[in-house]
Design a protein around this ligand. Structure first.
Ligand SMILES: [Zn+2]
Length: 195
């Protein structure tokens, strides 16, 4: 398995360019040996040395161990990496060995897709079921009142006293519908097959 475009995009979303570099190292050693966060840092540094890449513009180093660790934990929390730790008997410190679980990517994305789909549908239902009132004269145009709320307020804005007007939410509804179509049409299997 290589770092295909889907995996790359996903890694980038999780942790930017560093995550792509970390992902590449995890893949490289996937079947050969366990690597530590320190190894990963060193290998990336060797690889990017002299290429004008600097992940730490504020510091003298081009990549800090701490940055790699943070990135690994991000991958771990997204279920794309795993680790085991062993106590170094001489120093008493823990050594963390890492490996990738990129084969779960498809499953993870499908799950995310389902969540987004559900959220969009909930929001769409909410917009359809609720007819909102807003105050146009106010500097708080983001505040929306449901019919019952507006009715209670006598259709007067509690902030400025202006008239609460019914808001046409057809644009929002159309936008949500378009998003839903988009999400449903994302074909993950195709991307995976092309790896
Ligand atoms: Zn107002």
């Amino acid at each position: 398995m290589e770092l295909n475009s889907l995996l790359k995009s996903f890694l980038y979303i999780i942790g930017g360019d560093v995550a792509i570099e970390v992902g590449a190292e995890l893949l490289k050693y996937k079947n050969s040996k366990d690597i530590t966060d320190e190894d990963i840092t060193e290998y990336i540094k060797e690889r990017i040395e002299g290429k004008g890449i600097d992940f730490e513009p504020e510091a003298s180093e081009i990549l800090k161990l701490n940055t790699v660790r943070k990135t690994l934990y991000k991958l771990y929390s997204e279920k794309l990496a795993q680790f085991r730790r062993i106590r170094d008997k001489s120093t008493g410190w823990f050594i963390y060995y890492w490996w990738s679980e990129f084969e779960l990517l498809e499953e993870i994305i499908l799950e995310k897709k389902k969540i987004v789909d559900r959220k969009l549908r909930d929001r769409l239902r909410f917009e359809k079921e609720n007819y909102f009132f807003i105050c146009r004269g106010c500097d708080k145009p983001s505040i929306k009142y449901k019919f019952e709320e507006a009715f209670e307020l006598n259709f007067r804005c509690p902030d400025c006293g202006g008239v609460l007007e019914a808001q046409d939410n057809q644009d929002i509804i159309n936008f949500l519908k378009q998003k839903l179509v988009l999400v449903r049409n994302i074909s993950i299997s195709k991307e995976i097959e092309n790896k």
